[in-house]
Design a protein around this ligand. Structure first.
Ligand SMILES: C[S@@+](CC[C@H](N)C(=O)[O-])C[C@H]1O[C@@H](n2cnc3c(N)ncnc32)[C@H](O)[C@@H]1O
Length: 321
């Protein structure tokens, strides 16, 4: 039994902080793409706040189980409370998705029917994690999704990387044309005082770009923040590794659905689906959200969903010819 009177100010503040609404994107496309079947076991490799898993389990009561992985313990905690009504039809696993093979071994599961990856961060990270993911909140510049992993934070990178490396990072992961100027400004600024907060960094970045070139639709620091987040969390390395190893976790005809939110990710998925002899791409072009979804959920605007199917060994030979 829970008693509201027992909630201390700290607990109630924590509870409020944890109540983030993250609207899952392209839900019906994902459910179709996974081709859910009775008795099936699915992996939600980026469980987040559990939106997609909730849809899988409620829309298809015959699905046996979803294994939900996330490397962020706070996200997992929220998913656990949201998905409690589904009992043992869902398992919560704190793990980087690159370790899915080991996770399956540990859970005595040989192969699964489908894997979903909804890449990047959730609304929780931006709005409530207090880790500096957003340029509009004054928070410590951390940006780690997995706070139990290595200690390299965005602040470490911003204050320690040589200016050439910082330029390359912002250029490559942020696709930012002003990378050189931004890195130089950061370098100059940190000679006087370290940049420790998100709004501090946002200001330095905005001041590096001539005002007339400020992007109209996004904050001038958006690309730099994206670059740092990708670097801190090794997002592209993780994705490459997963694209290499995850297909063999699927049973023949098992499905892989990947939602990406920027061109660097989507390019990796596109190439892997095209060139991996074990996979048959089912989407020539990525699926995108309906206009209605884009209107109602701004986060969906840049989403791209690609779907592939794991092939039987003899079909693989056919593809080789
Ligand atoms: C976009 S959110 C997923 C949202 C989820 N589909 C929902 O509807 O609530 C992505 C989640 O994946 C997690 N994540 C990102 N990279 C990961 C990785 N390499 N291994 C495990 N989890 C990861 C993040 O911590 C985040 O919670």
């Amino acid at each position: 039994m829970t008693s509201t009177a027992a909630i201390s100010p700290l607990n109630s503040e924590l509870a409020a902080r944890k109540e983030t609404m993250h609207v899952p994107v392209m839900v019906s496309e994902v459910l179709n793409g996974l081709s859910l079947r009775p008795g099936g076991i699915y992996v939600d490799a980026t469980l987040g706040l559990g939106g997609h898993t909730e849809a899988i389990l409620s829309k298809c009561p015959e699905v046996k189980m979803v294994l939900g992985l996330d490397h962020d313990t706070e996200a997992l905690e929220q998913a656990e409370s949201r998905l409690a009504p589904f009992g043992d039809r869902v398992r919560f696993i704190h793990s980087n998705f690159i370790h899915l093979h080991d996770v399956l071994l540990f859970n005595k599961i040989e192969q699964v029917d489908g894997i979903l990856m909804d890449l990047g961060i959730s609304s929780f990270h931006l709005e409530n994690s207090r880790r500096g993911f957003s340029f509009s909140r004054d928070e410590p510049l951390d940006m780690r999704m997995d706070t139990s992993a290595g200690a390299v934070t965005a602040a470490n990178m911003v204050n320690k990387l040589p200016v050439e490396k910082l330029t390359k990072l912002i250029q490559t992961y942020g696709e930012e044309r002003w990378a050189k100027r931004i890195a130089k400004r950061i370098y100059d600024r940190r000679k006087t005082a370290p940049i420790l907060n998100s709004t501090d960094l946002a200001e330095v970045v905005a001041n590096s770009i001539p005002r007339k070139y400020h992007p109209r639709r996004i904050h001038p620091a958006t690309r730099t923040f994206q670059a740092l987040r990708i670097a801190v969390n090794r997002e592209l390395d993780n994705l490459k590794e997963a694209l290499d190893s995850l297909p063999s976790c699927l049973r023949p005809e098992g499905r892989m659905c990947i939602i990406s939110f920027h061109s660097l990710e989507d390019r990796l998925v596109k190439i892997a689906f095209r060139e991996d002899k074990r996979l048959k791409p089912l989407t020539k072009k990525p699926l995108v959200p309906s206009r209605e979804e884009m209107r109602s959920n701004p986060r969906a605007r840049s989403a791209k969903l690609r779907i592939a199917q794991y092939m039987e060994p003899n079909e693989t030979q056919f593809k080789l010819i």
